[in-house]
Write a protein that binds this ligand. Structure first.
Ligand code: FAD
Length: 468
């Protein structure tokens, strides 16, 4: 089979992508899954390649089982493969691990590209020794052990709790745990989690560790500065009021060489926007997400979105949408009819509504505090790749620029290696703090990942080596 005959290409091998692929495989479609990561499983299902990985968290174990089924399937899986070009005609150019460039032109695409973490910046947040809670999870899960005697964990939302629980599970000690959320906010999150079967089971499995964290957690506290000579030595913290604003005079300092911090998630939309998919900005769904219809099809025909790209919500939303997207593809390709589609998806859509409701609670806890952004030190780094400071962004705004893309052109914020993955949401928040609402995605251009000229000048073939 020529790879141009693929019925479906799925970008992303997390919960959403794997579930979509396994569902479609049962209907004898030719599927190819592309992921830049090494092992399938996405952000949540990280594990030691050869080792004992089971956990007390039911959803994690369910994910491991899905990964096992995926590995045993005959689905084409291109790992360590970077998508460097895509267009509205669904022509996809992928760089394989051997640096060869391959073109795939499927009938249908499912974007299951997940989310990435965001951190509300503070002075010194780019010092070595300050890591995100997601990075901490990756290190813990892939090595199976802790990497430091003691850690300080801080942030808002839920990821820092998940990271703290994993740290304790691997035998680590938490020096301090700081939470920007107030107790009533956390209670809201808890009641929302308990409404979902999957989250309820996870919650009770994590309860002993969560209680341990909660008993030592200090609420309404945020990190406002990281200090150190070339590496983290201490953090400055402060109390915040009910609106998240720092209470002057409440500042205190704590020595630490490791801080894990996270403030929430934002959808990965670079590839989808390059394919021409329209976005909408909805704070309740986690900010910028893809516009989708009742079939989870994007504004581009035969391109679907599963998981975070259509709204932050976690593993169960991702899995449900992966399955729904698979059935929508089957409906569009006339493999099943509308009645069968309805029967297969009706319960999935009901569960999805609950998962979205939990996602909305999470999103309400990850909003950037615009007042605090205004109060940030002008020397705070915003674009870490290009070393662009807050004062550079403010200068551009005062010059009259009111969009992420115009600020990118003037300051280079977003032009570095990560192509704005970290700073574009920060620039959006800074613009908001100046009263400008930019609800667009940062412009993405091919190559979507850093690629050397040598590679770009090389021959492009189909996956089986045949000439284009
Ligand atoms: C750092 C981090 C840690 C997290 N930890 C937890 C946790 O401990 N518990 C929890 O419940 N939830 C966690 N989440 C939330 C997580 O998003 C969901 O729970 C779940 O993983 C969503 O599954 P998904 O399939 O939608 O996306 P993901 O699991 O994020 O999978 C998306 C996949 O797409 C791939 N991808 C993205 N862009 C491209 C591209 N351009 N080319 C090729 N491949 C691409 C990625 O490599 C990834 O494997 C975490 C999220 C992040 C960002």
């Amino acid at each position: 089979m020529m790879n141009k005959d693929y019925d479906v290409v799925i970008i992303g091998a997390g919960f959403a992508g794997i579930k979509a692929a396994l569902t479609l495989e049962k209907y004898d479609l030719n599927i190819c899954v592309v992921d830049e990561g090494v092992l399938p499983g996405g952000q949540f299902i990280r594990y030691k390649k050869d080792g004992e990985n089971s956990s007390k968290i039911p959803t994690y174990n369910k994910g491991l089982a899905l990964v096992k089924e995926f590995n045993e399937s005959s689905i084409t899986y291109l790992n360590r493969s970077e998508l460097i070009f895509i267009n509205e005609e669904k022509e996809i150019l992928v760089k394989l691990p051997d640096d060869s460039l391959k073109i795939i032109v499927p009938k249908t695409i499912i974007f299951a590209t997940g989310a990435r973490e965001i951190v509300q910046p503070f002075k010194g947040w780019d010092l070595p020794g300050v890591i995100t809670t997601g990075a901490m999870q990756i290190l813990l899960k892939t090595s199976g052990k802790t990497f430091c005697d003691e850690i300080v964990i801080a942030g808002s939302g839920i990821l820092h709790y998940a990271a703290g629980a994993t740290w304790l599970e691997k035998g680590g000690k938490i020096k301090s745990f700081y939470d920007v959320n107030s107790f009533p906010n956390k209670f809201k999150m808890l009641t929302s989690a308990l409404a979902s079967n999957e989250k309820r089971a996870d919650f009770f499995a994590m309860l002993p560790d969560m209680l341990k964290i909660q008993m030592n957690a200090k609420n309404n506290i945020k990190v406002i500065e990281a200090k150190g000579d070339k590496k983290l030595e201490a953090i400055v913290l402060a109390k915040v009021d009910g609106n998240g604003n720092v209470i002057k005079g409440s500042e205190f300092e704590q020595e630490t060489s490791l801080l894990a911090i996270g403030n929430g998630l934002v959808a990965n939309l670079d590839v989808a926007t390059a394919a021409g998919c329209e976005t909408i900005y909805d704070e309740k769904l986690g900010g910028l997400v893809l516009k989708t219809n009742h079939l989870l099809e994007t504004s581009q025909k035969d391109i679907f979105a599963a998981g975070a790209p259509s709204g932050i919500g976690g593993a169960d939303k991702a899995e449900l949408e992966g399955e729904i997207c698979a059935y929508s593809v089957l409906l569009n390709q006339k493999v099943i009819d509308a009645n069968v589609y309805y029967e297969l998806t009706k319960d999935l859509f009901i569960s999805r509504t609950k998962a979205i409701s939990f996602g909305k609670t999470l999103s309400s806890m990850q909003k950037f505090n615009l007042e605090e952004i205004k109060n940030l030190d002008e020397d705070t780094t915003i674009c870490r790749c290009e070393n662009i400071k807050l004062k550079d962004i403010n200068e551009a705004i005062n010059f009259g620029l009111t969009s992420i893309n115009s600020i990118k052109k003037k300051t280079r914020a977003g032009m570095g290696n990560c192509q704005g993955k970290t700073c574009s949401e920060l620039v959006r928040a800074i613009l908001q703090s100046h009263g400008h609402n930019d609800t667009n995605h940062i412009k993405t251009r091919a190559p979507l990942k850093p690629t050397s000229i040598d590679i770009l000048a090389g021959e492009i073939t189909f996956l089986d080596g045949s000439k284009v």
